[in-house]
Design a protein around this ligand. Structure first.
Ligand SMILES: NC(=O)c1ccc[n+]([C@@H]2O[C@H](COP(=O)([O-])OP(=O)(O)OC[C@H]3O[C@@H](n4cnc5c(N)ncnc54)[C@H](OP(=O)(O)O)[C@@H]3O)[C@@H](O)[C@H]2O)c1
Length: 324
């Protein structure tokens, strides 16, 4: 098997690091509430298709921390012996443990959290350590200083920011640069239903030479055929945890999704496939960070790369649906 023959690898900003055009995130379906054999199968499927990048955060689960523990087990079993072929990221920024030192962007929280993540993952270092969110109550110099320390201590090879807007990213980049560290990447939410990065963040990242990876490119499953015939009992929207709720799947949204599904079908693609390649192109991204609940979804999503071109007519038809 040649796991590297089909995947596309894009240079991350002006760094020397290449990321797969499709990466796998472990926010959902890798927690202590999920089935371990399915996680192993998903990780194996992803890696065998050339997905070399797996994205985590301290709080992924539920329960918080359990996705890192499970991925640590996967690294010791399914992916054993492949550490140098993998890019593993984690983050700190949202609430993780009680008290004033388990949330935000302080040096105290960021570096303690990274040590905890490394322990759960069973690793000496992660490839990318992120500030998960901008914390207005902490000087940005302190949060960036914690990221720079992680690099200098050898606990992270690269650093990133997530959920930072264009101005926050520019400042983060400049502070890190003064500390001799390059900001590798920004991880924003971006998909057909949420295009906030297009006017300012995308050009800023290009100017600075910082890479980009979009999270929730399928709007948590809404930009797929998952909800076209109701809410399946095993879908994310039906589960009691998480942020996607049944009430988010409105008739107006479903009408748009049905029209997008027709455009995808006319291209010979599933809606998930079309949404991902649209994301890569319109967001001018290094990678799209998908989630999955089963191996077949990962196979479907990687197959998207076989048809990445859009005609101007297709792009305007999609825009018309999204505007409507
Ligand atoms: N930095 C941040 O603040 C932040 C926030 C959110 C996410 N993230 C990162 O981004 C990653 C991805 O986020 P996400 O899980 O929301 O991504 P997503 O790709 O938008 O949604 C994933 C869900 O879509 C459905 N799906 C995926 N492929 C499908 C296919 N081919 N056909 C039908 N349905 C399909 C599945 O839903 P079902 O489960 O219903 O099958 C799956 O769980 C996370 O794991 C995490 O690493 C980061």
């Amino acid at each position: 098997m040649n796991r590297y023959s089909e995947m596309i690898y894009n240079r991350c900003g002006r760094s020397g690091l290449k990321l797969p055009a499709i990466s796998l995130g472990l926010w959902h379906n890798f927690g202590s509430v999920d089935v371990f054999s399915n996680m192993q199968e998903m990780a194996k499927t992803a890696f065998d298709l050339g997905i070399t990048h797996f994205d985590l955060a301290n709080n992924y689960g539920p329960v918080g921390g359990s996705a890192e523990e499970n991925f640590g087990k996967i690294l010791r079993t399914t992916l054993h012996g492949h550490r140098d072929e993998l890019i593993i990221s984690t983050k700190a920024g949202y609430g993780m443990w009680p008290g004033p030192y388990g949330d935000g962007g302080s040096r105290k929280y960021m570096l303690a959290s990274l040590d905890q993540s490394l322990k759960r993952l069973g690793l000496d270092y992660v490839d990318i350590f992120y500030s998960h969110r901008f914390d207005k109550d902490t000087p940005l110099e302190e949060t960036m200083g914690a990221l720079a320390s992680a690099v200098k201590q050898g606990k992270a090879l690269y650093v990133g920011v997530s959920n930072y807007d264009a101005a926050q990213t520019r400042r983060a980049y400049e502070i890190l640069k003064d500390m001799g560290v390059t900001l590798l990447i920004n991880q924003p939410c971006y998909n057909m239903l949420n295009r906030w990065i297009e006017p300012e963040l995308v050009p800023t990242l290009e100017e600075l030479g910082v890479g980009s990876i979009s999270f929730s490119p399928l709007a948590q499953g809404q930009l797929t055929d998952r909800y076209l015939k109701g809410i399946p009992s095993d879908s994310r929207a039906a589960k009691p945890w998480g942020f996607l709720k049944e009430k988010d799947i409105t008739p107006e949204k479903l009408a748009k999704i049905s029209k997008l599904n027709e455009i995808a079908a006319s291209r010979g693609q599933t809606l998930a496939e079309m949404a991902l390649v649209w994301n890569l192109k319109q967001g001018r991204l290094t990678s799209v960070l998908i989630g999955a609940s089963r191996p077949e979804q990962i196979r479907d999503n990687v197959a998207a790369l076989k048809n990445r071109d859009f005609t101007p007519d297709e792009l305007s038809a999609i825009d018309a649906v999204l505007r409507g």
